[in-house]
Design a protein around this ligand. Structure first.
Ligand code: CP
Ligand code: NVA
Length: 309
């Protein structure tokens, strides 16, 4: 049984295998509509239980489509409607019940410990659909999108992140180690990646490049990623944090310091960190990026269900 919790803990060769499978499957179903199943319906009869303790649009819908296209189905729960949230039923008992009814469990939560606790008691695979330290399904899909658009292995590209040191960046840092790409990060000093993440990069004999100057960070980049400065449930002084990022807004001027063919990606939802003309402009591929979540998550599901060929 394979879990999908954090890119750091997954072998590079497995991550590459998932991307290769997603590419093949996407190509094969070009003429199929959203709910038609892939040939062979590899997850026929399987159910993925999804539980959201925080808001989600893309992750929820893309997992629904992903399992449907593999021939299975999904059930989406809010934890506050379960005994877990309402009556204090334990994670251990909830996990047993989920394992009794379901074949896989996807969790979006505010607690990394909760992901680990569920993993301990589940006898079915768990997929992390966003936690404080990780958004692995998003970032693996983003690696796929970058290679699809740039038509090159990501290891041959300069990737840049402009924004907060959050779950998405933590997963992007993990990806930079697993896929060996150069990652430059632009953010104010106070919002640089934490010691633990940096120590992990060093331990893996890799390097990330951090700049407190947005122009320096984007210089020479092929891809610029960003995310909201204020994440879901971010307990900070919002005004102060937004003020700290005022020189990190991604606008056409900042994009002009990157390579000529540089593209822009953003996991969504967005805030004021990017101007409309960049977000909706020619260099932006955010809609393709969102759609690719379906394709990559299908291969993640197959991996977790032991059906990836
Ligand atoms: N990018 C992403 O995970 O979006 P949702 O929060 O809408 O799921
Ligand atoms: N960093 C954001 C990502 C949303 C998909 C958050 O945690 O809210």
């Amino acid at each position: 049984m394979k879990h999908f919790i954090n890119l750091k803990d997954l072998p590079s060769k497995d991550l590459r295998k998932i991307i290769t499978d997603a590419r093949r499957r996407k190509k094969l179903r070009k003429k199929l509509s959203a709910l038609e199943t892939d040939k062979g319906s590899p997850l026929k009869g399987k159910i993925l239980i999804q539980m959201f303790e925080k808001a989600s649009s893309r992750t929820r819908i893309s997992f629904y489509l992903a399992i449907k296209q593999l021939g299975g189905g999904t059930l989406t729960l809010r934890s506050n409607e379960l005994h877990l949230g309402q009556g204090g039923e334990s994670i251990a008992d909830t996990a047993k019940i989920l394992s009794t009814y379901g074949d896989g469990f996807m969790l979006r939560t505010d607690s990394d410990k909760k992901v680990e606790d569920f993993k301990k008691y589940l006898s079915i695979p768990i997929i992390n659909g966003l936690s404080p330290s990780s958004h692995p399904t998003q970032v693996l899909s983003d690696v796929f999108t970058v290679e699809e658009i740039m038509k090159k292995p990501i290891s041959n590209l300069n990737i840049c992140w402009i924004g907060d040191s959050n779950n998405v960046l933590d997963s992007l840092i993990a990806a930079s180690v697993k896929f060996s790409f150069k990652l430059s990060i632009g953010c104010p000093k106070k919002f640089e990646p934490g010691k633990e993440v940096r120590a992990w990069v060093k331990k893996n004999n890799k390097q990330i490049f951090i700049y407190n100057d947005a122009k320096k960070a984007v210089s020479g980049s092929d891809v610029i990623f960003s995310d909201k400065v204020i994440s879901l449930n971010d307990k900070v002084n919002k005004k102060k944090k937004i003020q700290a990022f005022k020189n990190f807004k991604i606008d056409k001027k900042l994009m002009s310091y990157a390579n000529k063919n540089c593209i822009f990606l953003h996991c969504l939802p967005r805030g004021d960190e990017v101007s409309d003309d960049v977000f909706l402009g020619k260099k932006s591929h955010v809609w393709q990026q969102a759609l690719n979540r379906v394709h990559v998550q299908k291969s993640i599901l197959l991996y977790c269900f032991g059906k990836l060929r």
